[in-house]
Structures are given as C-alpha cells and as structure tokens.
Design a protein around this ligand. Structure first.
Ligand code: GLC
Length: 449
C-alpha cells in the first residue's frame, strides 16, 4: 500500500518535473540564441568620450579623487566643442578594425550625458560648447555600417544632487536617512535608461559603477525587467550586480581560461580610458594583437578602448592601432569570427581556436620558427589538408613516433616556409577528418611494453 502511494506521488510529480525541465531547456536555448552574435563577434571597440578629454584628465575619477575641484572639472564643458566630430568616420574606422560592435559612454560617473536627455541639464546639448546631441548620429552610423550598438551607462552620477556620493570624502546623504531623495534619484536614472532604451534600442547594455549600492537599492530586478521588456534580445553585462549575461574582466587578460561561457576583456590601448595626451604608455599593435589572439583562443571577446579628443578627432596612435588590427583581422577573418576556444597547450605550444563544428584547428604562430617547422601533438584525427589562412598556401607535414601497434597518434611537424609568414601572426588551418579528437593517455606508445 505504502509503495503504491509512493508510486502514485512520483507519477503525479512527473509532469511538473518535465515542465520545469523543458522550461529550463528553452531558457538556455533562448540564451544561446541571444548570445550567438556576441560570442561570434570577438572584437568590439569601447569609446570613452566626455568633457574629461578637454583637460586630458581621468574620466570622472579626477574630481572624485580630488585631483581637481568639481567646479574646475565642470569648466571643461566650455571646451567640449565636438567641432571636428565625424561620426561617419568613427563608424567606418571601427568597422575597418574588424570590430563587430562598439560600446560608447552615454554617461560616465560624472553625470555628463552625450544625448539630449530631458532629465537634468548636464548634457552635451544644454551645457557643453557642442550644443548638440552627439550620441544619436554615431548610433545611426553604427547601424549603417552593420555594427551592433552597445551603450555604456554609469549607475552612479556623482554630479547629481540627488545622488548619495560626491567625492571620495564627501557623501551627500545616507539612503536610510533620506529615502525620498533616493527615490527621486531612482526616477531620474531609470528615466534616463528608459530614454536610451526607446531612442536607441541597444544590442548591449554596458553598466558600470554598481559597487556603490546593492541590488535592492538600485532596483536591479525592475531595471532588468524594463530593459528586457523593451527588447528581450538585448544583452546586459555583468556590472548590474552580476545579474547580466556576460563577465567583464577589466585590463587584465585572463591567464587561465575563464569558466564562464561568455566574457569580454575590456582594455585600454595606453593606460587611460579617456583622452590623456600625457599618457604615452601605448601597447604596440603587435602586443594588442597578442592579447586579442589570447582572448580568441580562450573563447572570449576583446573590447578595445579609444578615447577621442574634445573636438571629436581620434588620436593618431589610436587610429594606427585600429588600422593595424584591421589589416590582420581582414586577412584572418575565417580564424577569428565564430570560432570556439582552442585546445590545451600540451597539444600545441601557442594559442589555437576551433571552427564551430570542431573540424578545423587554427594554430596561431607569432614568430618565425627556427627550423621552419611547427609542431602539434596528440591529434588522433586524420589530417585532410593544412593551409595558411588568408594566404592559401598548402603546407606539408610529417608525422613522427607513430607506430602501428599503438593508438598513440604521434607528433606532427608542419612545414612553414618564410614566404608565408605574416607580420603579426600567421594562422595555420588544420583541416581534420571529423571533430577534433585528442589523445589523452598519460603515456605514449610504449605503454604496454
Ligand atoms: C572602471 C572605471 C571607469 C571605466 C570603466 C571601464 O569601472 O570606473 O572609469 O570607465 O572601468 O571598464
């Protein structure tokens, strides 16, 4: 009897379990579909543009950290002219770099908005020398160039009287003491978000500054629901109290492959996000491509930052890097976009990536091999063809240490003649019979002797 009751209870629950299961599957299917373009994109360009470019000082932090008074910081409004601003050129240059999306600071922690917001006066139209909305034309150009649109939005707004924090030492008030003031701030910032959502319908929301308040204080569930109601396909970064779709390591290239499925390294070209002419510590194009290749090989994206000047021109060092990137990405597009993370370093001493169907292995070769050979090991598949990406040359290879009495696949040496070497990275495509199959036994061929 008891057994029968038990069976009955289990049977009654099966439809619920099944439903929960299918809902979960559908959710993850939807998530994968939604994230697909982002995962395939690999390269995005970050743009920090604001009044801080006038003096060439750090964005927002310069007054927060008391390097300049807030009053003097705001004087930069007079110098933000956007006189030579050419959004068409910006978007073309970004497309030329090989990036598939751009993320622009609609408003940094200083509260200066690039668009014509009806919330407050601190914006390009009402209070800067530019006297116009500088965001809308750029977003139009991005779309024209088939680039996805990302909007950076700072949750903190240190210039607003309604906001809690002003500088490192000055806090205006505590939420518990003045809950109404905080409610007003929430209306203000959520109103701005709504404006941005309806005006631009961004593909990516890039939040920042969530550390200053908790989920409840920011109203995270409400904000998220509002953005997703506007567009269920919109992607949200992790800086909405970790409630977003992908991780955002900052400056530090992950050394070990991140566990999360979706991630994007945001990184400056020199040490500054905004335009700071005194900062000459630029990474070379080669070093930036090194980092980009590492991101690809670990299954992530690179969001590379530029900081335009107050007149809207892009510093020449930055233009050069974008163009150098463009040369390399155009030639190697097959081995970049839509690839998956590569294989462990034991099998190839360098970065690699795999085609989506796992039947082509891409080997990235940074330098010129001394003996003109590149080695891969432990690949069990038959190799159908090896060629140089973006060049087309078919390469010879030779297998050593493969014996007929063992499954050990041997060591493969690929000939890489000097004529096909790329100035940054040569990419070798190894076309395999079937999906990649790696030998994972601890010992080699002598295991049974
Ligand atoms: C940091 C800084 C900010 C910069 C951002 C970019 O959170 O607060 O100045 O815009 O990182 O990732």
């Amino acid at each position: 009897m008891i057994n029968n009751i038990r069976t009955l209870i289990v049977l009654l629950f099966i439809p619920f379990l099944f439903n929960a299961q299918t809902k979960e599957n559908k959710d993850s299917e939807f998530q994968e579909q939604k994230m697909e373009w982002f995962k395939d994109a690999k390269l995005g360009i970050f743009i920090h543009w604001g009044i801080y470019a006038v003096n060439g000082i750090s964005e927002s932090w310069s007054f927060y950290n008391n390097y300049i008074s807030h009053e003097d910081y705001l004087k930069q409004l007079k110098g933000f002219t956007a006189k030579k601003y050419n959004p068409e050129y910006w978007a073309k240059l970004i497309a030329e770099s090989g990036a598939k999306y751009a993320v622009i600071t609609s408003k940094h922690h200083d509260g200066f908005a690039l668009w014509d917001t009806k919330y407050g006066n601190l914006n390009a139209v009402k209070s800067s020398a530019a006297k116009r909305d500088v965001l809308t034309p750029f977003i139009k150009e991005l779309r024209k160039n088939n680039l996805k649109v990302g909007i950076y939005f700072s949750l903190p707004d240190w210039s607003s009287d309604l906001y809690t924090d002003f500088t490192r030492d000055i806090k205006r008030y505590k939420i518990a003491e003045e809950p109404k003031r905080w409610e007003k701030f929430k209306k203000y910032y959520q109103g701005q978000l709504k404006e941005l959502a309806t005006k631009y319908n961004p593909d990516v929301w890039w939040f920042d500054g969530d550390w200053e308040h908790n989920d409840k204080e920011w109203d995270v569930p409400k904000v998220k629901a509002m953005l997703l109601k506007n567009n269920p396909y919109t992607i949200i970064n992790s800086r909405l109290r970790q409630k977003g779709d992908y991780d955002t390591p900052e400056q530090g290239l992950p050394i070990i492959k991140p566990k999360s499925k979706y991630w994007e390294l945001c990184m400056t070209m020199n040490e500054s996000w905004g335009y700071q002419p005194a900062d000459k510590h630029y990474k070379s194009s080669q070093q930036i491509i090194d980092i980009f290749v590492d991101c690809i090989s670990k299954g992530g994206n690179l969001l590379l930052d530029i900081g335009p000047k107050a007149d809207g021109t892009i510093p020449e060092e930055q233009v050069k890097i974008l163009k150098d990137l463009g040369r390399w990405t155009k030639k190697h597009s097959k081995a970049i976009y839509g690839t998956e993370a590569g294989i462990p370093y034991e099998y190839y001493y360098g970065p690699t990536a795999l085609s989506k169907d796992s039947t082509t292995l891409y080997l990235y070769v940074r330098d010129i091999p001394k003996d003109g050979k590149v080695a891969i090991r432990g690949i069990k598949n038959k190799i159908n063809r090896i060629f140089v990406v973006g060049n087309g040359a078919i390469l010879d290879h030779e297998v050593f240490s493969k014996v007929y009495w063992s499954t050990y696949p041997g060591l493969t040496y690929i000939d890489l003649p000097k004529q096909v070497i790329d100035e940054n990275y040569t990419v070798i495509a190894v076309m395999l019979e079937g999906k990649i199959d790696l030998y994972d036994k601890v010992h080699g061929a002598n295991e049974s002797n």
